[in-house]
Design a protein around this ligand. Sequence first.
Ligand SMILES: [Zn+2]
Ligand SMILES: [Zn+2]
Length: 322
Amino acid sequence: MTTVGPQLQRLLAASAIVLLAALTTQVAGLSPNQEEERGRQKPLANHSAPRERNRAATSRPASTAALPDVIFTIVYDNNDGPEGLTSDWGFACLVKGLEKTILFDTGANGEILLHNMRRLGLDPATVDVVVLSHSHDDHTRGLAALLEGRSDVPVYAPSGFPASLNAYIRRTRATLTVAEEPVLICRGARTTGTLGKDAIPEHGLCVDTRSGWVLITGCAHPGVENLAARATELVGCPLHLVMGGFHLPRAGESSWSTAAARLRIDATLKRMVELNVQHVAPLHCSGDLARGLFQQSFGARCELAGVGAVFAPCELNDRQDE
Ligand SMILES: [Zn+2]
Ligand SMILES: [Zn+2]
């Protein structure tokens, strides 16, 4: 396997940073302080995952020149971002740069979704396709506002949605596809197929980029490690980045003692390392305990971000090299 040449990678990284800066300055009254934010979430200790081994197995095949440079923007999340954006319980991520602009999940509230997108300079009318990860309101209820005045926008959902939610989606005049098996959304984007059919059915979205495959998860109720395993199998190589809600136990939750929560998170971490996941960005419902433990394990390869965060996979490579 060959990675993108270092010169090209530096070029891509530079363009990603420029874009990041351009997007960031569009947020009015800006005080993003992302560095400050990162500083506040320092690793708890320093026992990193085996970085050299992971780097040696970087997942990009040789023929990457034809692939687009994909940008992922978190437009809805409960973790705070720059001033001017609204954080709220839920998740949505806009994927730009493929043949189609894809919105993965829609958050809980359409007004907040549209507000954040506009503040980030992202035109909601440019969304070509919506992928809904699972049925929960904090991922689906922004859809009606997003699609208002439009018709026949393709919406992909996992199998097992309640009838009331299917009816809600159809009222938006969207074209609903139930993606029980993996579905190709467009070149470079495919769903994982539905997991967790006996509990909360959910699928993730795999996106091909110049740096490798990215998996986006909504809440990861079937287990983020299980979605990552399915995605790895599907794309045939280790994932460059797994981002989204990891839904791991939060300390102090009634059903979890801290010790049990830690065991569960450690098991998830171990599996993610075994799968040779290169970078992680635990967002939304991942929980502070899991976010801290992921950062402890993945070090600089873990991004603790919130609403407004922009991910350019090539930039992650660059940061890892620092
Ligand atoms: Zn959920
Ligand atoms: Zn959720």
